[in-house]
Design a protein around this ligand. Sequence first.
Ligand code: EPU
Length: 455
Amino acid sequence: MTDIADVLLVHGGTPLEGEIRVRGAKNLVPKAMVAAVLGSEPSRLRNVPDIRDVRVVSGLLQLHGVTVESGDRPGELVMDPRKVESANVADIDAHAGASRIPILLCGPLLHRLGHAFIPGLGGCDIGGRPIDFHFDVLRSFGATIDKRADGQYLEAPKGLRGCKIRLPYPSVGSTEQVLLTAVLAEGVTELTNAAVEPEIEDLICVLQKMGAIISMDTDRTIRITGVDSLGGYTHHAVPDRLEAASWASAALATGGDITVRGAQQRTMMTFLNTYRRVGGAFDINDEGIRFYHPGGPLNAIALETDVHPGFQTDWQQPLVVALTQAAGLSIVHETVYESRLGFTSALNQMGAHIQLYRECLGGSACRFGQRNFLHSAVVSGPTKLQGADLVIPDLRGGFSYLIAALAAQGTSRVHGISLINRGYENFLDKLRGLGADIELPVPRPASQERTGAVA
Ligand code: EPU
């Protein structure tokens, strides 16, 4: 069980109402910070959230001789990579913890130093989280990988050369791996079956500002022409559409009304369509999006997660909590991570009726259909939720438990809340500002807010 300082008491039943702000995307900011290592000049990243993932990457960059300092404005980081150097392997291992970011430092470090090291990687427990595509990508560019007891040692004895790569699946991280390696590799790289999430487009914008030559076709093909050197960038990070959708789902599940400043329609179109189908309402303006429950029953829907422009897997868990309040049978087919529905067992303890299936329900056959994974769910609702003892399993599942506890009658004890700091800036203050009745059983030392891993 977690330390008591890591427990939140949630007295549910109050609709969340008010306004919060989301800043730069957790799934872009760390990658843009890694891109800074490729430059011959300092880079300036704006709209940076104060989350655990950013602190981990700041530390990793500093271990490699990159200075990382706050800029003149709130949420601005200035990174100077002019003295990049090798880091002590034990220090990388200790600092990275369960982070998955070291793997994305490989290309930049191979270019700058000729070698790189990756400790054992972690991340959310939502599936196997393999890194085989990443290694295949790096080998295609000419890297050698030596697996030893403490991690993987990489070298590029003949430099890195552009190549043709087809990803077996449009993986976000592997696409970023290709981009961060190809921009300084010799010659042209052609990547097919690439991921095209908005955070990847934003990383391409960052790299283009640095001097890279990258084009995107409509068919998931990305072409990169390697250049000899890159400069720095000044960039305002794309807002966090995943955090925005979490708050939207919280508004729906609690019968509330939340304006998310910073939320952008064009990165959330698929979510907004689904939200409307469920019966949620929203108003969009230049500052953000107001999400609210318009009253009346919510609708059961069929939902399938997919790579962009499909319904993002990270939107699934928070929305499932709202679906427990919809009238009828909802079907959810998770096609990106094989184990991202495990969090529903705790919702059932709270009174939800969610049944998991190994078959691909309600949509097309996916990679997991024949592989014995419980990756489809039937949610029957509406069900009244009751407060319970909950242990946070992963980042999005954890936030979903908070939503469920807020929507439930009675008090829940939510254990392991520090994990949520990885991707949700200042979430306790935001919850209080929205009227949530929450309390920390004992005063939390500030250091406790800063533990956890990277998704
Ligand atoms: N995959 C492989 N081999 C690989 C890489 C991926 O089989 O070498 C598989 C994965 O197991 C998964 C699928 O490919 O089944 C997609 O994984 P992807 O590489 O796209 O995920 P990722 O880059 O590790 C990022 C986000 C996730 C988000 C996914 C999908 C970051 C730090 N993480 O993960 O975010 O769910 O893309 O969009 O950017 C979160 O924010 O909570 C989170 C988990």
